[in-house]
Design a protein around this ligand. Structure first.
Ligand SMILES: [Fe+2]
Ligand SMILES: [Fe+2]
Length: 218
């Protein structure tokens, strides 16, 4: 499905930009980077990751799953992922003043790095959950519902410019890994598993889907 392929492709750039933000924040904490790219990072994550990418998930993918495949919106993966979009937006609010200011004290630069790690870690976990659970399950459900594709808009001029800035930022600040971040695929790697979400199968599958599953695996 083209929409899911596009969203997966966007994840690749967003993931690299998380690494670039980590490099940038590490450099600022060591006094090695100028402040000028801070606003560009903010534009990338606000406009490209948020207003373009998360918004198409919320406005096109999630409603199609609810309306056309009977996935529940009020619990399970869709609620968890929606809440994560909001939580990451709030983390970006905290980062905003630190990314926009030219002069940071040593303590503020350390805080920038800590917040960049927290935001980046949350975003990478979110991407892992979508790639390994949401998108794979969506493909199955849409195929079963006879839906070949979903109409989705492309980026507007500001969002395209933010994407190009993201590419530039990745070249200037080569992506680095967030230390001690454990990543993994599947529901069991998700923080919400057993704490608000019982996993995609228990949350979404109907009796008929379970019967199908057991038949295929018996
Ligand atoms: Fe998302
Ligand atoms: Fe996503």
């Amino acid at each position: 499905m083209q929409l899911l392929d596009s969203l997966r492709g966007e994840h690749v750039l967003i993931e690299r930009a998380v690494g670039a933000l980590h490099t940038y924040a590490s450099r600022r904490a060591s006094g090695l980077a100028s402040a000028e790219d801070g606003a560009a990072f903010l534009r990338f994550f606000r406009l490209y990751a948020g207003r373009f990418h998360h918004a198409r998930e919320e406005q096109v993918l999630f409603p199609a799953l609810v309306e056309r495949t009977e996935a529940p919106a009020d619990r399970g993966p869709l609620l968890v992922l929606l809440q994560a979009h909001h939580a990451m937006g709030r983390m970006l609010d905290e980062l905003e003043p630190l990314l926009q200011r030219a002069d940071l004290s040593a303590g503020e630069a350390e805080r920038l790095l800590a917040l960049a790690r927290r935001y980046g870690g949350a975003l990478l976990h979110h991407i892992d959950a979508e790639n390994s659970v949401l998108f794979t399950e969506s493909e199955t459900r849409f195929r079963r519902a006879g839906i070949a594709d979903l109409p989705a808009r492309g980026p507007d001029a500001e969002e395209s410019a933010a994407r190009d800035e993201g590419e530039r930022l990745c070249a200037v600040h080569p992506p680095s890994e967030i230390p001690d971040l454990l990543r993994g695929d599947g529901c069991t790697a998700c923080d919400a598993y057993g704490a608000g979400c019982d996993g995609v199968e228990r949350e979404w599958w109907s009796e008929h889907e379970w019967e199908d599953f057991f038949e295929r695996n018996s």
